[in-house]
Design a protein around this ligand. Structure first.
Ligand code: NAD
Length: 266
């Protein structure tokens, strides 16, 4: 995707949860293709400003940041409005922000369930609701929901996450059907393991619990789920987003697209 003409010049992309991990990788790929960017996510304000200014300079696109808390519907509407006001529209919406919490159902704190569902599922609904009118009035739009292999299969101790990600794929299908003849596509990407802060926290906890070194835990984590003993990269997921934004992908809609080292093939 790096050679040739930039394919997203003149488009505006909002990537939620793009101060870190997969979202940041996707934002970088979209910016490399010429899209102006609205970043979102938590972090230390100085570090975020350094990130924002660095991306704008390196990619030669406009980059803005909004720290909306995606557990709050009114802040999500504000995030979409700010994108449209500051960057002149919203063509590509990537619903990526997500959190994890692990515990057996019997021990799962209700407030953690509510937070995981709010950020990993309801936020995508609220963002889509706010973004769709602008996209349909232009006759072009791309909505990409970052689900997970856990949108297609379950794992113990991840009830809220698995429920939210399955729900996100359902929301994707409904959006695709409703928008089928509007020029707007809606798809879900289902990554396997990606080595980001979200997964590093799980690795660290397991290394401590099992008294293993990190390399041994990485190998165990990968191979107990994926035939391929490799992490997927944020750039790989970004490449898939760029494909979904291309004209070649104009009839790809409502699809859960796996990029997971064969996880759901087993
Ligand atoms: P991460 O923790 O590195 O990044 C999450 C991002 O979301 C950060 O920018 C964070 O600030 C932001 N965020 C969290 N809560 C927020 C809130 N309330 N409001 C606004 N922003 C918020 O995680 P990641 O691994 O990059 O995960 C990104 C997405 O990919 C998530 O939806 C996750 O479920 C999904 N995913 C990750 C993996 C993996 O192996 N890492 C696999 C499959 C799917």
């Amino acid at each position: 995707m790096s050679s040739g003409k930039k394919c997203l010049v003149g488009k505006v992309a909002l990537v939620t949860g793009s101060t870190s991990g997969i979202g940041l990788g996707i934002a970088r790929c979209l910016g490399e293709q010429g899209a102006d960017l609205m970043l979102n996510g938590f972090g230390e304000s100085g570090a975020i400003e350094t990130l924002r200014a660095g991306l704008a300079e390196a990619l030669e696109v406009r980059v803005d940041y909004d720290g909306a808390d995606l557990s709050q519907p009114s802040q999500i509407a504000g995030l979409v409005q700010r994108t449209q006001a500051v960057l002149g529209g919203l063509d590509i919406l990537v619903n990526n922000a997500g959190i994890q919490y692990t515990a057996d159902i019997k021990d799962f704190p209700a407030e953690r369930w509510d937070a995981v569902i709010a950020i990993n599922l309801s936020a995508a609904f609220h963002a889509m609701q706010a973004a769709i009118p602008g996209m349909t009035s232009k006759g072009w739009g791309r909505i990409v929901n970052i689900a997970s292999a856990h949108g297609l299969v379950g794992s113990a101790q991840k009830s809220a996450y698995v429920a939210a990600k399955h729900g996100l794929i359902g929301l994707t299908k409904v959006g695709a059907i409703e928008l089928a003849n509007t020029g707007v596509t809606v798809n879900a990407i289902c990554p396997g393991w990606v080595l980001t802060p979200l997964v590093q926290a799980q690795l660290d906890a397991r290394a401590e619990r099992e008294g293993l070194d990190i390399e041994a835990v990485k190998h165990a984590l990968l191979t107990e789920k994926q035939p391929m003993a490799q992490f997927t990269t944020p750039e790989g997921i970004g490449g898939l987003v760029i494909f979904l934004c291309s004209d070649a992908a104009r009839t790809v809609t409502g699809a859960p697209l796996s990029i997971d080292g064969g996880w759901v093939a087993t």
